[in-house]
Design a protein around this ligand. Structure first.
Ligand SMILES: [Zn+2]
Length: 483
């Protein structure tokens, strides 16, 4: 596929270190609160990317961390520890908070058809890895100790800002909240690898280290976990565009300094979900979660459909009206698929391959998911059998994960049940021209007759006659037709 790479600022063919194999890493959630639907947009797009690569035939190893320690309120090592903040807010321990919000995150993912990565690693489970890397960085002279903490020395690098196509607003995100100078730092871009001098007396999670009892910085988690489970050559690193600086910039700085060669050659960044009043955040405006969407009567997959309609490198504007439109379109699409007949006819493999090639080319053009959606409508219009259409839609949905066939089957079953209920009652069967509403009226007339309520039976007959419906009584029921 062709994929835009934030590191080179170019769209280029996707390549891997080992042919046929993708080592993929995703920055996971900081589990101190529910994920908002803006965070989940990134996970949806990353999920489609992973499934697309598998559809192309790659063997993918996808790794994700769960941040349960070390992420401070500002991405630039200042402010309060987010986990402590969550624990205090809910009068629980940090580990209770971590477990609760980890479960909540995966429940949201389940409802959005986001596959769980092959490896999910809580940051607190890899302390030895971070200690090994920090020791290595100190030995090589890329890190220094000051004021009890260990810092990465950004002045040792030829080039620190690697994602310089991101706009100033994105670059400033790390220092926007709670600007607070750390006088231990030699250079403004230096960052903490290991904290021992916690500003928080009640820091709950601490481990012994060569530099004293403390805890790891946020950035070292991702390097440690990726090096452990993906190896030294990472093919694809994903995250929200917010993470490009300083988080990903710091990950690259410390990983490459430690291993001594280039680390990850392709970076995939998903852009913001905005509200009509600006960037979505947990602290501003309505806190939009998957549960809230459900409470308001939306199918979470309508939100997935909404995300897939736009390109991951463009900011997407969320409004209830936009979601209504997406939900309406999604439901209509399902209804059209439900109308296809599973008649058991053979699938035309030539047509199926033709569409597979179209999907690979169009979605493979920098993960153009909206073209993938357009192709669904093209399939519905195609001059081929319903069985072939269903087979192609099933192929595509392996990547898009909109539960198209399952929902269509459920809708078909519901319609069939409603029809059966309308046609038969107490041994009295109505046969007509396939209209459940009329079946129900004819059935009501039969019941009225049985109850010897002839006036009501005649009233219904006359009402239907006025609509051009003629009823004939037959043994065990009635038959109706339009005349
Ligand atoms: Zn990360």
């Amino acid at each position: 596929m062709q994929l835009y790479n934030s590191l080179t600022h170019k769209k280029a063919p996707f390549v891997t270190h080992t042919p046929g194999r993708v080592e993929m890493y995703t920055c996971g959630p900081t589990v101190y609160h529910f994920a908002h639907i803006g965070n989940l947009r990134s996970y949806i797009m990353e999920d489609v990317l992973e499934k697309f690569l598998r559809y192309e035939g790659y063997d993918v190893n996808r790794v994700m961390n769960i941040t349960d320690v070390g992420h401070l309120a500002s991405d630039a090592d200042t402010g309060e520890d987010k986990m402590l903040k969550g624990a205090r807010r809910e009068h629980k321990t940090v580990m209770e908070i971590a477990q609760f919000y980890t479960d909540a995150f995966f429940e949201d993912c389940r409802r959005l058809n986001i596959k769980t990565p092959d490896v999910v690693q809580p940051a607190t489970g890899c302390i030895d890895e971070y200690i090994k890397i920090v020791s290595g960085l100190l030995e090589k002279g890329y890190a220094y100790q000051a004021g009890g903490n260990v810092y990465f020395d950004s002045a040792k690098l030829q080039k620190y800002y690697v994602f310089n196509d991101h706009n100033e607003e994105d670059l400033a995100v790390g220092v926007r909240e709670g600007v607070e100078e750390d006088s231990n730092k030699r250079n403004k871009n230096d960052f903490v690898l290991w904290f021992t001098k916690s500003k928080f007396e009640d820091q709950a999670l601490k481990w012994d280290s060569p530099w004293g009892v403390g805890y790891p910085g946020w950035h070292i988690e991702c390097s440690g976990i990726s090096l452990k489970y993906n190896g030294e050559y990472l093919d694809l690193h994903c995250g929200g565009v917010d993470n490009a600086f300083p988080h990903h910039t710091n990950e690259i700085a410390q990983s490459e300094s430690y291993i001594g060669h280039p680390w990850c050659h392709q970076w995939f960044h998903v852009h913001h979900l905005n509200t009509t009043s600006g960037k979505m955040s947990k602290s501003k405006g309505e806190f939009l979660t998957v549960s809230l969407l459900e409470e308001k009567g939306y199918d979470p997959l309508s939100y997935r459909f909404f995300c897939l309609q736009s390109h991951y490198r463009k900011a997407l504007v969320f409004s209830w009206e936009n979601l209504d439109n997406a939900q309406g379109a999604y439901q209509k699409l399902i209804a059209r698929i439900a109308a296809l007949q599973e008649d058991g006819s053979t699938v035309d493999e030539t047509v199926r391959q033709e569409y597979r090639q179209k999907f690979l080319a169009q979605v493979g053009n920098d993960l153009n998911t909206s073209m993938g959606i357009t192709l669904l409508y093209d399939v519905l219009k195609a001059k081929t059998s319903d069985a072939t259409k269903l087979a192609i839609l099933e192929d595509f949905d392996g990547v898009l994960s909109l539960s198209l066939l399952e929902k269509a089957a459920a809708q078909r079953a519901k319609a069939a049940a409603a029809k059966a209920a309308a046609q038969t009652s107490g041994g009295y069967t109505v046969t007509g021209e396939g209209d459940a509403a009329i079946d129900a009226q004819v059935l009501a007339r039969g019941e009225a007759k049985k109850a010897k309520n002839f006036a009501e039976a005649d009233r219904i007959r006359d009402e239907l006659k006025a609509q051009g419906i003629e009823i004939a009584d037959v043994p065990g029921g009635a038959v109706w037709k339009r005349v």
